[in-house]
Design a protein around this ligand. Sequence first.
Ligand SMILES: [Zn+2]
Ligand SMILES: [Zn+2]
Length: 208
Amino acid sequence: MIFEALEVGIYGANCYIAASEVTREAAIIDPGADFNKIDSKLNELKVTPKIIILTHCHGDHIGAVEDLVDKYGLKVYIHREDAEGLKDSGMNFTKSMFRKEISIKADVLLEDGDQINLGDLKFEIIHTPGHTKGGICIKAGNIMMTGDTLFRRSIGRTDFPGGSYDEIISSIKDKIFKYDDDTVIYPGHMSPSTIKEEKLLNPFVKTR
Ligand SMILES: [Zn+2]
Ligand SMILES: [Zn+2]
């Protein structure tokens, strides 16, 4: 798998590009801002973007979606329960975060357990509510993109509409932590970690 992380926008969101080495087809995960930076990286990697997968609907993760869709005709995937927020610039905070109001209609609504195939890659969708109702983690091979659910040594905020502290804790402990300890997590903000490290060292969810 070709895999690249880019930090984008004023909120420092992580955008990930995951592409098949066989077909060079790419998925863009959370293109939060900086269309030109993402587009240059796609060219540099010589990959063809096919789909956008959003971990959730918030403005800092969706700012470059429209420009990428305009250029490449990509299909936008999001969990069913965050589709409304993606359309509503009040709910996705683009009205308050940026001057630009963003309203996007998703093409594909995801459910827990869905699998997206792209070239030789398989993306497994894990519904992890708590930061938003339709937040997801996306697992591809040994890596998991955790959006704003699980960060290195921290967890996502739960004080936004649709957020729940109890839900985010159980999403992490019951759904994320059941995967292999050596799974590398790539969060929506800040640096990567592993499930093993977070089980030991994350003060919100450590298990021993
Ligand atoms: Zn968020
Ligand atoms: Zn965020």
